[in-house]
Design a protein around this ligand. Structure first.
Ligand SMILES: NC(=O)c1ccc[n+]([C@@H]2O[C@H](COP(=O)([O-])OP(=O)(O)OC[C@H]3O[C@@H](n4cnc5c(N)ncnc54)[C@H](O)[C@@H]3O)[C@@H](O)[C@H]2O)c1
Length: 288
């Protein structure tokens, strides 16, 4: 039997994704060390988990005693070196900056136990470029969770060029423990989710541009005709047009394919400050 352990999970970065990963890891029974650059930031992440659990209790979906148990398992800290010591699984969820992630993985290589699974939650960077030169390339893998982590069941596991079969099996066992459905993807730009999801969004924008139908009707085509829970333009508004534009530009450059060329309407809307829901307007208008 392979030696896959889950007693201690260390999550680096207590932002949107890190706190979500800490939440599900603690709910699965692991002791979690939630690390951020300051204790205040790490504690704020833990407080947000408490808030989310509290709402589940209020709605009768979770017992108070279980909430208390989960929170007791989460330690908020800024001491990264101590948090790496004895960790079984390490998940990095810091901002999407290659140099920052590379520095952290070099530190994991030096300080984490030899058996530990080394995961990155990157949504667009190459796993092989994050792990290059660390000496532990075989143990590094993409663990691409989705927001909100405690609700979304998908875990996109991304295998770098040098990731070992044992590491893939470790990541799959971790997914199972977290009750996530895992898919396995090669380290190709946009993985499976962004490449396909962004393409659908870009085509929907081109259809608005060409006045094929209204935004509302294009979205209905997908929600009612294909049972998508949300239309591609609604989703673009939710994610943010600026975020979508950045991903499209990245994929356009990496895949060298005209399929990912950002439509003019997307560039124009971003330039006009129409970034979607967060700015009050995108393909739809929002109140407040
Ligand atoms: N937000 C999403 O919907 C989403 C979805 C999937 C994947 N991702 C990916 O997850 C990663 C994190 O994204 P996020 O949205 O949670 O970002 P975020 O900005 O909400 O959180 C990042 C956190 O990392 C902390 N941090 C920065 N440097 C650090 C360091 N050296 N040590 C410890 N903590 C540090 C920051 O203080 C911040 O709290 C990114 O790679 C992103 O691409 C994001």
């Amino acid at each position: 039997m392979p030696d896959f352990r889950f007693d201690t999970v260390t999550v680096i970065g207590a932002g949107t994704m890190g706190r979500g990963i800490a939440h599900v890891a603690a709910a699965s029974g692991s002791n979690v060390r939630l690390v951020d650059a300051s204790v205040e930031a790490a504690s704020a992440g833990r407080d947000r988990i408490a808030g989310s659990l509290g709402r589940a209790v209020a709605k009768g979906r979770l017992e108070q005693v279980e909430m208390d148990r989960i929170l007791l398992r989460i330690e908020a800290t800024a001491d990264r070196a101590a948090a790496l010591e004895g960790a079984d699984v390490i998940v990095e969820a810091v901002p999407e900056k290659l140099e920052l992630k590379r520095t952290l993985f070099a530190e994991f290589a030096a300080k984490a136990p030899a058996h530990a699974l080394l995961g990155t939650n990157t949504s667009s960077l190459s796993i092989s470029s994050i792990s290059a030169g660390t000496g532990v390339e075989d143990r590094v893998i993409g663990l691409h969770f989705f927001n909100p982590v405690h609700v979304m069941t998908l875990l996109e596991i991304v295998k770098g060029d040098l990731t070992s079969a044992n590491t893939v099996a470790y990541a799959q066992a971790f997914a199972e423990r977290l009750q996530k459905e895992a898919i396995l993807v090669r380290d190709a730009p946009g993985f499976a989710t962004s490449r396909l999801g962004v393409l659908l969004g870009l085509e929907a924008m081109r259809m608005v541009e060409e006045q094929v139908a209204s935004a509302g009707d294009i979205d209905k085509a997908m929600t009612l005709g294909y049972r998508h829970p949300m239309g591609p333009l609604q989703l673009t508004d939710l994610v943010g047009l600026d975020v979508r534009l950045a991903i499209a530009e990245h994929l356009h450059a990496e895949l060298a394919s005209p399929r990912f060329e950002p439509p003019q309407i997307l560039r124009d809307m971003v330039a006009a400050g129409k970034l979607g829901k967060k700015s009050g307007a995108g393909f739809y208008e929002y109140e407040g």
